[in-house]
Design a protein around this ligand. Structure first.
Ligand code: SF4
Length: 370
């Protein structure tokens, strides 16, 4: 039985896609493995490296992972490495190939990922490759449920139509798309029936989920109701602030099986920095939103993302972010120093703090929730 190993970097959406890829291979006679760095240990193996490119660091990690997979001692057979994910859109093909990538499968070809790999193996064994079935537009999004895992990712949305000045994601994941409402509810029900304790609804810009008149709140309510009889809980992946916060609060109060957990990509507490970043709220509005969550939802686990060193962030602006973090006593924050990305509007903005300053501020901010 041929074996494929999935190594996934980056976000929950990547994890959700990994599970969808794995289900397709498993359903078609492949032995499936995850993670691990002993790829290729026992003969020819295929590794699907589902990459991330949200920051320059993430890109470096992707290239390092490819090189590491190809660096095997002479007694072992290096795996075939197929690279999928955002790095296939963010990095030139020759850069990925130079690192050792054998196959580069962009987002538009995910439906034929397995066929592309089977074809590569056939060719490397001197056989004629089988053609993928015509018209295979997408993968059947029935994820592979990993035994013993406490949660499974339910991908309901992808892409983004916003253009935050620092963000490369709309260029790597494309415009916003939403899965059909009924398909998402059926998927969640199948997961709960399969014994998954927690279903994590995820997307690229989850709060922008839309199927006809139904937005994220309507979908989340339907998923909560569908899986409650099986005792499963539901949680929301990262949700953009200032889109449907009031509705999410109402959902958490109405549905006992919706986890009181919210993670907001806030980025800064300063209105000037937020405006330059093209975020859809200012410092006052984000305070109102955080007050709403803190006041209305008891025992809420409140998480957030912050980026230090964004264009226009002077010491005063940074202090406003620190004050915000202290005021709302976040349970968890992810802090990233600003990473300039090719093709984004922020590159052309003035007053970008140095890398050293961005890193120093990131270290200071992280201490505020320790
Ligand atoms: S909302 Fe902004 S930060 Fe989030 S993915 Fe879209 S462009 Fe990027």
């Amino acid at each position: 039985m041929p074996r494929v190993r999935f190594i996934t970097l980056g976000c929950r959406l990547n994890q959700a896609e990994e599970a969808i890829f794995a289900a397709d291979f498993s359903a078609n006679g492949w032995d499936v493995a995850f993670g691990g760095d002993d790829a290729g240990a026992d003969g020819q193996e295929v590794v699907v490296l589902h990459s991330c490119a949200v920051t320059r660091m993430a890109e470096r990690k992707t290239l390092q992972a490819i090189r590491a997979l190809k660096r095997v001692d002479p007694t072992k057979t290096a795996p075939i490495v197929a690279v999928t994910g955002c790095a296939t859109a963010a990095l030139p093909e020759q850069v990925l190939r130079a690192a050792g990538a054998d196959l580069i499968i962009p987002r538009t070809q995910y439906a034929n990922l397995r066929f592309a790999i089977e074809a590569a193996i056939a060719v490397s064994s001197g056989f004629a490759p089988a053609a993928p079935p015509a018209g295979r537009a997408s993968l059947r999004e029935r994820p592979y449920l990993r035994p013993g895992r406490h949660h499974a990712m339910l991908k309901v949305q992808d892409g983004c139509d916003f253009r935050c000045a620092y963000c490369i994601v709309p260029y790597t994941r494309g415009p916003a798309t939403s899965r059909p409402f009924a398909e998402c509810v059926a998927e969640a029900t199948a997961m709960a029936k399969a014994g998954v304790p927690e279903i994590v609804m995820t997307g690229c810009n989850l709060a922008c989920y839309r199927d006809g008149v139904a937005g994220l709140p309507e979908l989340a309510a339907a998923v909560c109701e569908a899986v409650a009889p099986m005792g499963a809980t539901v949680s929301l992946g990262s949700v953009e602030p200032a889109i449907c916060d009031e509705a999410i609060v109402a959902l958490m109060l109405a549905h006992k099986n919706l986890k009181r957990f919210v993670h907001l990509p806030i980025q800064s507490g300063d209105s000037k920095v937020l405006a330059l970043a093209r975020r859809r709220y200012n410092g006052e509005r984000i305070r109102e939103i955080l007050t709403l969550y803190r006041k209305k939802v008891p025992n809420l686990f409140l998480g957030a993302d912050f980026i230090t060193g964004l264009p226009g962030e002077d010491e005063e602006a940074f202090q406003r972010t620190c004050d915000l973090v202290k005021e709302f006593s976040f349970d968890h924050i992810h802090v990233f120093p600003y990473s300039p990305r090719q093709g984004t509007a922020a590159l052309a903005l003035p007053d970008i703090p140095s890398r050293a300053v961005a890193r120093a501020r990131a270290a200071r901010l992280r201490t505020l929730t320790a």
